[in-house]
Design a protein around this ligand. Structure first.
Ligand code: NAD
Length: 265
């Protein structure tokens, strides 16, 4: 599929001092990690969120919730970062002020090599104490499911943000700040219906950023976006990276060596 990248967008990216990206489950779809809301393949087609991803669900049936997350952890451990994750790593390498804000809990951005990552919804691979809300990295395997906190004996849970829970304060504050201050904001593979993450693209736009949506399907922010690139992230992001960097004097020194440029001494 040929994806046309608008010239205006390429120019905005080349001029940008700060670029921010918000990613959602769609970015990991091509790695074989199911999204939540896609009708046929999304996890919510098979499970009810209120039975699995709320504090109430955990209190009611901690074993079921722990095992569901253990299954998702294993699924993700077998998955590999895809072309979308890799394109974002390459974008960060060429853009000094680049912030990747993710709602994903799979850790695939970091595994791919992204460095400045804000995890808004936690990480499947981390564990914390349900009662103390403190990270726990080691515990004794007594056969209990979920395992017990080595400090207080309470139940351990995945360190992810569930429905009805607040986002980590510092991560959200940084995400808000980066969104408001960026010149270009890419909203990639997210249904943009989960708040407050869904507010970030609109905050960026209100702050004067060029707003770009990359998603095969329309979302509530599509109408607000300056550019909508319809297609899978694993195809669109590499194409966007190519358009951004090709014939760019900074990245193509043989075409335009620095000492041949009028403004460089
Ligand atoms: P969502 O499931 O609500 O929406 C997924 C979006 O991705 C949809 O808009 C869909 O059209 C789009 N999409 C599907 N395939 C795509 C592709 N190949 N390329 C680009 N876009 C594609 O996901 P969301 O908006 O991220 O919902 C947020 C919640 O989902 C978060 O709380 C997040 O923690 C959780 N979640 C994370 C993972 C993960 O870590 N991989 C997986 C499932 C859900």
């Amino acid at each position: 599929m040929a994806i046309e990248i608008p010239r205006e967008l390429v120019e905005s990216l080349r001029r940008a001092r700060r670029v921010a990206v918000l990613t959602g489950a769609g970015v990991s779809a091509e790695s074989g990690v199911p999204t939540f809301r896609d009708a046929q393949t999304g996890l919510w087609a098979r499970f009810r969120p209120e039975e699995l991803a709320t504090p109430r669900a955990f209190r009611l049936d901690p074993r079921r919730v722990w095992e569901w997350y253990a299954w998702r952890r294993e699924l993700v451990a077998r998955a590999e970062p895809n072309a979308a994750h890799r394109a974002l790593v390459a974008m960060e390498a060429r853009q000094p002020e680049f912030t990747l804000i993710t709602q994903n809990v799979d850790g695939l951005h970091t595994r791919a090599g992204s460095r400045n990552v804000i995890e808004l919804h936690g990480n499947l691979h981390r564990t914390k104490c349900f009662d103390e809300d403190v990270a726990v990295s080691e515990w004794t395997d007594t056969g209990d499911v979920p395992p017990r906190c080595p400090r207080c004996g309470g139940l351990l849970r995945p360190d992810v943000v569930w429905f009805e829970e607040n986002l980590p304060v510092e991560a959200l504050a940084r995400a808000m700040e980066c969104s408001a201050a960026c010149d270009v904001f890419l909203s990639v593979g997210t249904a943009t219906v989960v708040y407050p993450a869904a507010e970030l693209p609109l905050r960026a736009r209100a702050g004067g950023a060029r707003l770009v949506e990359i998603n095969p399907s329309p979302t509530p922010i599509s109408a607000q976006a300056h550019h909508v690139l319809r297609g899978p992230a694993g195809e669109v992001l590499p194409e966007l990276l190519r358009a951004w960097t090709e014939h760019d004097p900074v990245l193509s020194p043989r075409e335009d060596p620095p000492d041949a440029r009028g403004d460089v001494t």
